[in-house]
Design a protein around this ligand. Structure first.
Ligand SMILES: NC(=O)C1=CN([C@@H]2O[C@H](COP(=O)(O)OP(=O)(O)OC[C@H]3O[C@@H](n4cnc5c(N)ncnc54)[C@H](OP(=O)(O)O)[C@@H]3O)[C@@H](O)[C@H]2O)C=CC1
Ligand SMILES: Nc1c(N[C@@H]2O[C@H](COP(=O)(O)O)[C@@H](O)[C@H]2O)[nH]c(=O)[nH]c1=O
Length: 219
């Protein structure tokens, strides 16, 4: 499986503010670029932190991209995936609507009743990991569902774990020209952080988009 992480951060490395509210860091052209990466993916993954903070839809905004997928014999939108060890995704989350298939990755600790609620709301629940979702196991399970190209949209906890597991192949990082600040604001890679064996990336490209910079790395 090819894992492509995409995120937008401020010049000081924050994905959003200390209030963990969604902030428009990208401009229109960059959002269009993000939509194209979604359109090329078999599935788009976020953590439950992002679902609770942003209630994202994770579908394609541009109808031309939907038509292009249809003409390739693909579903209108990529599948959606939520990493949610304890099955906390609200049943009315926008990502569970019927516009696309949604997989909720849970661990063995997820209460049975919550799993049943999610299934009743249309989600496909995938158990991978004991206490927390194991991305190594989860990505294998997604591959068995035909997912080869996985886009990851965040947030910082999930992105850190994927780097920690050595699962990231490509990173596109939009740096918007703004300062958000705050020691508790989410950053690109949160989690526990590395103290040694820091992942080293290979810079592939630098491009100016809107009023910011897109950095592309092979990982
Ligand atoms: N600017 C941008 O591009 C983006 C910004 N954001 C912002 O980021 C913030 C949310 O980020 P964040 O709070 O880090 O949330 P995440 O979306 O990274 O979700 C984190 C949660 O995912 C669950 N999870 C399940 N398995 C794992 C695992 N193996 N490793 C790590 N987490 C796992 C955990 O909850 P549990 O243990 O219960 O499963 C964890 O608390 C919001 O403010 C949002 O607006 C988000 C995406 C993109
Ligand atoms: N704010 C921000 C991003 N936020 C991402 O977009 C998701 C919203 O998706 P949707 O509800 O489908 O529009 C959100 O949950 C988060 O993952 N992405 C970016 O490229 N640039 C940005 O500035």
């Amino acid at each position: 499986m090819h894992v492509h992480v995409n995120a937008a951060m401020s010049v000081d490395g924050k994905l959003s503010s200390r209030r963990r509210e969604q902030i428009k860091i990208s401009g229109d052209d960059d959002f269009a670029r993000v939509d194209e990466i979604r359109a090329d993916a078999d599935a788009v993954l976020v953590g439950v932190g992002t679902v609770l903070a942003d209630d994202p839809h994770l579908t394609l905004d541009d109808s031309a991209l939907v038509s292009a997928r249809a003409s390739r014999g693909e579903t209108d939108h990529p599948a959606r995936v939520v990493a949610d060890s304890r099955a906390r995704t609200p049943t009315d989350a926008r990502t569970l609507d019927d516009e696309a298939t949604t997989y909720v990755l849970v661990s063995e600790t997820a209460p049975e009743a919550r799993r049943a609620d999610l299934e009743a709301s249309g989600a496909e629940v995938v158990v991978a990991g004991e206490e927390r979702v194991s991305f190594l196991a989860a990505l294998e399970a997604l591959e068995a569902h035909g997912i080869e190209q996985l886009m990851v949209e965040g947030g910082g906890e999930v992105i850190f774990s994927l780097f920690s597991d050595g699962l990231v192949d490509e990173l596109s990082l939009y740096v918007g020209s703004m300062v958000i600040g705050g020691r508790d604001a989410p950053t690109l890679a949160d989690g526990e952080g590395f103290v040694a064996d820091f992942p080293r990336l290979s810079l592939r490209d630098v491009e100016r988009i809107d009023d910011g910079v897109l950095l592309t790395y092979d990982c």
